[in-house]
Design a binder for this molecule. Structure first.
Ligand code: PXG
Length: 292
């Protein structure tokens, strides 16, 4: 049976779920989105995702015509309609249908869609053996422009870096900002470990403040691991003891090689493993119940 997709208040089978070719989300990338996961009947960090969506909408002056409570119910109902317990949820709010000009005032009402489907995971081998990444030549866009803190529909910068990863035959690419500091990867935040301290770039470097990133930082503190938000360069990644990425899709995943240089001893490190285990424990209990 086909999955049911929410479009502006109604559910349609995937094949019939459609939006206008005049939608400014399509014409201009004018909108915001979220990627959310559900584990075993619970949506992980749903409030955090909804808050980030509304903050991004505020950033682009888009008034979402639903309350946060209503939007939360849209997510839950979309999962229920598809009878899923484990899911990847894509929530998108665009400026809506307008004319061919870029003036958002021509768009009468935002388009809201929600898709809940089974998740395609990274191969298990990458978690046990770690993955290889490269540094992209494409730089993270500057916060003075489209701020990376907004999960906007404008992902071309990330896609250009992803193409570089594809060409290099690796799953992810690390982006530097225009000042040569490490920012994040195309769809993941980055952490390094040095002398037992967990380090991740601060938001002003130009990153999405990942919900998994924040969770990792909280878990580390609970485990008694010191956490610092500090700028670092590519060289400091090469010379780190450990490196891993965090994101909704990947959770926490070890990085063992960057631009051909093995990180530490070239195997997933002990702190990385502790974080991965703690994350696996957390998802067993945390989250908003879908079926009550
Ligand atoms: N940085 C960027 C640029 C992202 O897009 C993250 C970090 C991690 O954030 P969360 O909140 O998920 O911990 C993201 C996440 C995918 C996919 O299919 C991932 C993301 C966006 C679109 C697709 O891997 N973003």
């Amino acid at each position: 049976m086909s999955i049911q997709v929410y479009v502006n208040g109604e559910f349609f089978p995937k094949e019939e779920a459609k939006i206008s070719v005049f939608d400014h989300g399509f014409l201009y990338g004018d909108g915001v989105f979220e990627g959310i996961r559900a584990y075993n009947g619970r949506v992980f960090k749903l409030k955090e995702h909804i808050d980030r969506l509304y903050n991004g909408a505020r950033g682009i002056m888009l008034d979402i015509p639903l309350t946060k409570e209503e939007m939360t119910e849209v997510v839950l109902e979309t999962i229920r309609r598809n009878q899923l317990k484990d899911a990847y949820i894509r929530l998108v709010v665009s400026r809506g249908t307008g004319d061919l000009g870029l003036d958002p005032r021509k768009c009468q009402k935002p388009t809201i869609i929600c898709i809940a489907d089974k998740i395609v995971l990274y191969p298990e081998k990458l978690y046990t053996e770690g993955m290889e990444i490269i540094t992209a030549a494409t730089r993270r866009n500057r916060p003075e422009g489209v701020n990376p803190q907004m999960k906007s529909l404008n992902y071309l910068n990330n896609i250009l870096a992803k193409i570089e990863a594809n060409l290099a035959g690796v799953p992810e690419a690390m982006l530097l900002n225009t000042e040569d500091y490490v920012a994040e990867c195309t769809g993941d935040n980055i952490f390094i470990v040095r002398d037992g301290v967990l380090i991740t770039p601060p938001p002003y470097v130009g990153i999405l403040i990942g919900i998994t990133r924040n969770t990792v930082m909280e878990l580390a503190e609970k485990l008694g691991i010191k956490v610092e938000e500090k700028v670092f360069t590519r060289y400091e990644v090469f010379t780190a003891d450990e490196c891993f990425l965090s994101g909704t899709a990947a959770e926490a995943i070890p990085v063992v090689k960057v631009d051909g240089r093995p990180i530490g001893d070239g195997k997933p490190g002990p702190i990385t493993k502790k974080i991965i285990d703690a994350f696996k424990e957390l998802i067993k209990t945390e989250g908003t119940e879908i079926y009550k």
